[in-house]
Design a protein around this ligand. Structure first.
Ligand code: SAH
Ligand code: SF4
Length: 344
C-alpha cells in the first residue's frame, strides 16, 4: 500500500501532482476534493458524493483528512468561543473565534506551547511541546468554520506559540489558506503576530503573499523588555526596530504593535514618551490591550492609566487604540485554556 497523503498539508500544486501522477486521476478531481474540504467542510470521504463509490473506497486508504479533534468548546458572554483541540499524537492546542459585528476572526496556534517564556503569558509558562504542521494550522480554521457553521473572515496567528519559530509551516499554511481554489482567504485578512523574532520579520518582507504584521512590543526599552520577554536577549529591541524599518521599506506596510497594559510595570507615562521616540519615523498603529491576569505577579492597568498612556501617544503623533477585551470570562487569552485543562 502507498503511504497515505495528508490532505490538509497539500498546496494546490501538490494536489494536482498527486491526483495525476500518484493516483492517475484527472486534475479536476483535486478541485472536487478541495471544494468538499475547503468550501463545504466535509472531511469524511464517504460523504463526497460526486466521487464514484469505487474512488471513495480507494481514497479512504490513500488520503487522510485530519482536522484537530474537539475536546471542549466554551462560549463567553460576549460570544467569543474558545476551542481546545487534540492532535493526532495527543498534544492539545487552542484556538479562539471572535465576533466583531460584520466580521469574525479565528485566532490560531502555531506551536503546542511556546519556548519563549514571556513572564506574563500562560502559554510561555507551560513550556514548549512541539511545532505544528501547516495542516494543523489550516485544520484549526476549518474545524472552527465547521463548528460555527459559517466561513470566518480573518485569521490571526495569535494563539499559542511563536509563528516565527515555525516560519516554514506558517508560510505554507498561509499559502494553502490563500489559494483561490482552496480556502481563498485574502492576504489582507491574515495577520502574523510575533514577539520580535527578527529573522522571521525579514523573511516576511520577502514572502510573496502580503499578509499583515503585528509585533508584540510591550516595553519601549531594552531593560524592561528583557525582563518581560526573554526573546529580547537574543533579538534586542534595537535589532527589532531595525527589522521593522527594513520590513516597511520593502513592503510599504504599516505595522501593528501590541502593547499589553500591566499596572505599574509598563504603563508609566514616561514609557509612552520613550515609546514615541523609539518609533519615530516608522508607520505604526498601536493596540493598547488591558492585561488579562494569569499570574499573581501582574495586574491589569486601571482604565485611567490606560487612557493617560493613550493620550500621550496620541499627542506625540502615534496612532493608537484602546482594545476592548473579549472573552475574558472564559480566559480566552493566549494559552490559558490548555493550562486550566492540564490542571495547573
Ligand atoms: N508569540 C506571538 C503570538 C502569540 S501571543 C506573540 O507573542 O506575539 C499573542 C498575543 O497575546 C501577544 O501580543 C501576547 O503578548 C499576548 N498575550 C499573552 N498573554 C497575554 C495576557 N495574559 N493578556 C493579554 N495579552 C496576552
Ligand atoms: Fe510565546 Fe507569545 Fe506567549 Fe511570549 S507571548 S510566551 S512569544 S506565545
Amino acid at each position: 500500500m502507498n503511504d497515505p497523503v495528508y490532505a490538509l498539508e497539500l498546496s494546490y500544486e501538490e494536489w494536482g501532482e498527486i491526483c495525476t501522477k500518484k493516483w492517475g486521476l484527472p486534475k479536476y478531481r483535486a478541485d472536487q476534493i478541495c471544494q468538499w474540504i475547503y468550501d463545504k467542510k466535509v472531511f469524511n470521504i464517504h460523504e463526497m458524493t460526486n466521487l464514484s463509490r469505487e474512488l471513495r473506497e480507494k481514497l479512504v486508504y490513500d488520503l487522510m483528512i485530519l482536522p484537530p479533534i474537539p475536546v471542549t468548546e466554551e462560549t463567553s458572554r460576549d460570544g467569543t468561543k474558545k476551542f481546545l483541540w487534540q492532535l493526532y499524537d495527543g498534544e492539545r492546542i487552542e484556538s479562539v473565534l471572535l465576533y466583531h459585528g460584520s466580521h469574525t476572526t479565528a485566532c490560531i496556534s502555531s506551536q503546542a506551547g511556546c519556548p519563549l517564556a514571556c513572564s506574563f503569558c500562560a502559554t510561555g509558562g507551560s513550556g514548549f511541546r512541539r511545532d505544528l504542521s501547516a495542516g494543523e494550522m489550516v485544520g484549526q480554521l476549518l474545524a472552527m468554520e465547521k463548528r460555527a457553521g459559517q466561513n470566518i473572515s480573518n485569521v490571526v496567528f495569535m494563539g499559542m506559540g511563536e509563528p516565527f519559530l515555525n516560519t516554514r509551516a506558517v508560510f505554507r499554511s498561509i499559502t494553502i489558506m490563500n489559494s483561490p481554489k482552496m480556502r481563498n482567504m485574502g492576504a489582507r485578512h491574515i495577520t502574523i503576530s510575533t514577539s520580535g523574532v527578527v529573522p522571521g520579520i525579514l523573511d516576511l518582507a520577502e514572502f510573496p503573499i502580503p499578509v499583515r504584521l503585528s509585533v508584540s512590543l510591550h516595553a519601549p526599552n531594552e531593560a524592561l523588555r528583557s525582563k518581560l520577554m526573554p526573546v529580547n536577549k537574543k533579538y534586542s529591541l534595537g535589532s527589532l526596530v531595525d527589522a521593522m524599518r527594513k520590513y516597511q521599506q520593502k513592503t510599504g506596510e504599516r505595522i501593528t504593535l501590541e502593547y499589553i497594559m500591566i499596572q505599574k510595570v509598563n504603563d508609566e507615562p514616561e514609557l509612552a514618551y520613550e515609546m514615541a521616540a523609539l518609533l519615530s519615523g516608522i508607520g505604526v498603529y498601536v493596540n493598547l490591550i488591558p492585561y488579562n491576569p494569569v499570574k499573581d505577579t501582574y495586574k491589569r492597568s486601571t482604565p485611567e492609566r490606560i487612557r493617560a498612556f493613550s493620550a500621550i501617544l496620541s499627542q506625540l503623533g502615534i496612532e493608537n487604540e484602546i482594545r476592548k477585551e473579549k472573552g475574558t470570562d472564559i480566559n480566552a487569552a493566549c494559552g490559558q485554556l490548555r493550562r486550566r485543562e492540564a490542571g495547573n
